[in-house]
Write a protein that binds this ligand. Sequence first.
Ligand code: IPD
Ligand code: CA
Ligand code: CA
Length: 271
Amino acid sequence: MDADRTFEDFLSDPYAAFAVDLARRAGERLMALFAGAAADKEIRLKGPANLVTRADREVEAFLLQAVTARFPDHGYLGEEGARRPGGEFRWVADPLDGTTNFAHRVPVFTVSLALQRRDEIVLGVVCDPVLRELFVAGRGRGAWVLQDGAVPRRLEVSVTARLEDALLATGFSGTKVRPEHLRPLGRFLQVVHGVRNTGSAALHLAYVAAGRLDAFWEAGLNLWDVAAGLLLVEEAGGRVSDIHGGPLRSWDVLASNGHLHEAVVAVLNAP
Ligand code: IPD
Ligand code: CA
Ligand code: CA
């Protein structure tokens, strides 16, 4: 299939074109705030080890305003408290995924934006404004990565079939972390090439979709962390489940290239 042509078709959908443009502009705003002197001065604590910066709030307000102006009948759910009831459609956004990095001036963070139709996520965009990469997916339509000036490339999960050849990622949700979340980490580290924690769950999911990581798991996430990224993984040919290998009824998430799924579930759930 001609990836270029298919991507053009995908972008002819007004929701997709809007989401791609909005996530990109939100990413530019994050970069402007990151470069500015204010970025590291306005950290607040939402709870223990749970930071929020001026950038989280500003970009959330920007996203909500843009969605409201364009689609007044759509709902909105954002991490920083923005809520708007809607009918059939709802936008789900994490304006800054990687707040702790941002606050400490570590340049690894993303914008995550998804469109939900009734109970199903139908569109997902993860923007990495630092590396200027945009990961996009439409349900049933495929997934791509857009890099500055390059032709959009189809996303495909890796073919890694043995834990011994795998690069994994995980993350920890501050005070929600329990000993059973830490135990598997030690086990994996004995076997795999490495276990990364970049500080952005959305980026981990985008990287599983891109075949850069073979699997990612994390307990205690929220819908806005994973809405876009899980669709990316599914559309790139990967598999998603809860950390026990069952259907996703909580946001204790495992996403993999599919080949490694059972092996990762086994380690995560070993007594
Ligand atoms: C966090 C990041 C991090 C994950 C945390 C999330 P935030 O989101 O995704 O990677 O480990 O569980 O809360 O707070 O930066 O939007
Ligand atoms: Ca987040
Ligand atoms: Ca956030």
